[in-house]
Write a new protein. Structure first.
Length: 278
């Protein structure tokens, strides 16, 4: 039998110099694209303006101190100012970074009314076709040479961000080092054990201790937390166009219908819409 392919060795890269593209009244939105190979890691960094990240192609994982997010082409992640973050490339991707001018923590500027929601924390938003097209236009260097057009496109992009549907996605991460190591192992391979007892045994701790740490650190149960991990893993697999039946089986569900029921409970929509939104 052929040997399984070895995982690519990880390598680190610095972020593109963010100070060069600081948003301003003249350039309220900067867009930059960057092709990155799987297993690449952009080192932790922060900047005094908001950022929106998504992958035009491929899948990336964006991590902040207390959350990690899987980012396929159908989603974007809003990162508020001064929040340290880093990016890991799950599969070869074209990473799109938008630096956005905003008033304190008010969020992107809508064309009319007020942007609702908590923009002071990271949030996952649906990436509409219009949003992706606006990003493509603003990434064109020629647009920067037309200030009036750039201003119009930037205003429309911020309005589209403000209107984008937020989704209850993202995996919370603990501060406790012992629990953090266990959580990272689950994120890496969530189907390796069916329940908490297997993970606790692997970590060399009792089930009661791990369950208590989840409640103390993350204010949730292991089962509820793992469900978010499974959703994130499913998003990554769906972005690679894996059939839904294969995704359900690989994540340990007895049937596609059982998997569909979990998705409906978690995000309030069927898998066909959730995985293809945008």
């Amino acid at each position: 039998m052929p040997r399984p392919a070895r995982p690519r060795a990880s390598r680190s890269e610095l972020p593109l110099d963010p100070a060069v593209h600081a948003p301003s009244a003249a350039h309220p939105v900067w867009v930059r694209k960057r092709r990155l190979s799987a297993a690449t890691r952009i080192v932790p960094h922060r900047h005094p303006w908001a950022q929106v990240a998504f992958s035009a192609t491929g899948v990336v994982r964006l991590t902040v101190p207390d959350h990690t997010f899987i980012v396929p082409p159908t989603r974007v992640v809003w990162v508020p100012p001064d929040v340290e973050h880093f990016v890991s490339v799950v599969e070869d991707a074209e990473l799109v970074t938008m630096y956005v001018l905003q008033d304190e923590l008010s969020g992107p500027r809508p064309l009319a009314g007020t942007a609702a929601g908590d923009w002071g924390r990271c949030r996952v938003l649906e990436a509409s076709p219009l949003l992706r097209e606006l990003v493509a236009q603003l990434a064109d260097e020629a647009v920067v040479q037309e200030p009036a057009r750039e201003q119009c496109l930037a205003a429309l992009l911020q309005d589209e961000l403000a209107r984008a549907r937020p989704l209850p996605l993202g995996v919370r991460l603990p501060a406790d080092k012992r629990l953090r190591a266990l959580c990272e192992a689950v994120i890496e391979d969530p189907a390796r054990h069916d329940g908490l007892d297997g993970w606790a045994q692997e970590a060399g701790a009792s089930v009661r201790t791990v369950a208590r740490l989840f409640r103390q650190e993350l204010d949730t149960s292991f089962a509820a937390w793992r469900q978010q991990v499974l959703l994130a893993k499913a998003l990554s697999m769906a972005a690679a166009r894996r059939p839904m039946a294969h995704i359900a089986a690989e994540l340990g569900y007895a049937s596609p219908s059982a998997f569909s029921a979990m998705v409906r409970r978690a995000v309030g929509m069927p898998p066909s819409r959730f995985f293809n939104a945008g």
